[in-house]
Design a binder for this molecule. Structure first.
Ligand SMILES: [Zn+2]
Length: 105
């Protein structure tokens, strides 16, 4: 194994697998790879999961993360299933994973 192998860095600790998957999707849209770790632990629903990115992608990944936070303050969608408010940019509820209604404007 080479010492130059890709280094992975913890980007964010998410409250749920759904949240982590949304972050990962946002990273994917930005052309960044990512990895969810701790997925095997989420049989316990509340177990936090971690999103890791390659170290060279950290600056841009942090921008994506910040962008998600900003959107969260702009608008939110109430989950039809559990009532939790999710960021307007989210397609599924961060809390329970239900599909959110798309705001057609
Ligand atoms: Zn929900």
């Amino acid at each position: 194994m080479s010492a130059a192998a890709t280094e992975w860095v913890l980007l964010s600790r998410c409250p749920s697998i759904g949240h982590a998957e949304l972050l990962l999707a946002a990273l994917g849209k930005a052309g960044l790879g990512g990895e969810i770790r701790g997925r095997h632990l989420t049989a316990v629903q509340a177990a936090p999961v971690e999103v890791w990115v390659q170290s060279r992608n950290v600056p841009r990944a942090n921008e994506v993360l910040r962008g998600l936070d900003e959107r969260r303050e702009e608008a939110s969608i109430a989950c039809p299933s559990c009532g939790e408010a999710s960021p307007g940019s989210f397609e599924i509820c961060w809390a329970c994973g239900a599909v959110l209604p798309i705001d057609a404007g």
